[in-house]
Design a protein around this ligand. Sequence first.
Ligand SMILES: [Zn+2]
Length: 232
Amino acid sequence: MGPELKQLLQLQRMDGRLELLRRELELRPQMHSVKQERLDDIIAKKAEIHEMHKDIQRRIDRIELEGKSIDEKVTDNQTKIGNATTNTEYQGFQAQIARLHTERGVVDDQLLEIWEEMEEAKALEKRADEAIQEQRSIVEGELVGLEKELASIRTEAKGILVERDALREKINSEFLEEYDALFARYKQRSVVPVDMGICGGCNMSLSPQTRADLKGDGVIHCNNCRRLLYPA
Ligand SMILES: [Zn+2]
């Protein structure tokens, strides 16, 4: 392999690594924000459950108030029954009290039902709190690692860029232009090996002339895809 080709191959390795690092710089924060979004979702869900919880409590308060008002009416009727002067009056109050007891029974059934709902809401809220805590510790823990990783990726990329600039200085501008055009299209598969007379880029058989040229020190192109070739 000639010296120019060696340099272009080295340049390709650097550019390939830079591409990879750039992709990492994009992808890692995206992956992290997916986890942050999941945390936001759980927090929103928990807020919904909390609203539901408050709504149930309001219903409980209302029903309990209803019960209290029935109890007061019972007490009131019991006082009246003590002061009843006629049998009809006495029976009237008693019937009233019996009706109030039935009403109170309905209220108690409602309370039992709604307390069960409340227990469920509390359990849901507790589970949501646990999920928030768990997800938050994942997100926060990852964020510390992420900042460090991104910083180290940036440092590596900067180092490569310096080396890359120095290397490009040494390469003939004609080859550089050609390489840049190839890299824009084929990325890390711009300077490719030839194995058994086959181009490592397009997988086509090379012409006998190209195969013969590979033995020399020049810069050789695939006669099909124009990629730069080196012997495997
Ligand atoms: Zn080819």
